[in-house]
Design a binder for this molecule. Structure first.
Ligand SMILES: C[S@@+](CC[C@H](N)C(=O)[O-])C[C@H]1O[C@@H](n2cnc3c(N)ncnc32)[C@H](O)[C@@H]1O
Length: 207
């Protein structure tokens, strides 16, 4: 039985924070780059689904351990030509065969998983040899003052926001998970509090 927080409050909070215009603009840059069989880690409310190109994507599989979010992802807007399967799983232990996906998409998820480098290592395992990880994540800011506030607020934030961390390094976790960063654009999203606005977005390949 899910708690009222997990059933109602968390989806509402995610809806507010993850669908801000600046965040949706990032999704519109990332998801259209996906090709072939796509795996989305921590699919959440399914806010990327509307941006996949049905002419380039053959199937989308989303994983998420939160039952309420899986239901919402399944119902999220997307092109009717796109096949979607939403699976109860954690990114650190994916129930899929080696080399079975062309693209793994990971947006605003590494902040919330138990072990970011284990999640990336699993992404590398299930990616085909020429496959690609597309990522867009918020994380530890390079400015000392912003990072200080991120560290101060994180203990409370984590409890309110479903385990979301503010101070995790992004590209460092991807490299630690055994992937080679191909491109990475970094910067603050506009019109958002800086503690949650440092974004690292790009792609990585199996090392
Ligand atoms: C901030 S939300 C982002 C959701 C979605 N990726 C997006 O871009 O809107 C973080 C998501 O990670 C999921 N999550 C938490 N722990 C996870 C894990 N170990 N493996 C996969 N997903 C996880 C949460 O349930 C939630 O859906």
């Amino acid at each position: 039985m899910q708690s009222p927080y997990a059933r109602w409050v968390l989806p509402w909070l995610l809806g507010c924070s993850c669908s801000a215009p600046a965040v949706m603009a990032q999704r519109a840059k990332v998801a259209p780059r996906a090709t072939g069989r796509v795996l989305e880690l921590g699919v959440g409310l399914g806010l990327n689904l509307r941006f996949y190109d049905p002419d380039r994507v053959s199937e989308i599989v989303g994983v998420d351990p939160a039952p309420a979010l899986r239901d919402l992802a399944q119902a999220a807007p997307r092109d009717p030509r796109l096949t979607l399967r939403v699976v109860d799983a954690e990114a650190e232990a994916l129930p899929f065969e080696d080399a079975s996906f062309d693209t793994v998409v990971c947006t605003f998820t590494l902040c919330s998983v138990r072990d970011p480098s284990a999640a990336v290592a699993e992404a590398a395992r299930v990616l085909k040899h020429d496959g690609r990880l597309l990522f867009c994540e918020h994380g530890l800011a390079p400015d000392a003052e912003v990072a200080r506030w991120q560290r101060r607020i994180e203990p409370v934030w984590k409890r309110l926001a479903g385990g979301c961390h503010l101070t995790r390094p992004v590209t460092a976790a991807i490299s630690a998970g055994g992937m080679r960063i191909e491109t990475a654009d970094k910067g603050y999203l506009p019109h958002m509090p800086r503690i949650g606005a440092w974004i690292e977005q790009g792609s990585a390949r199996r090392a």
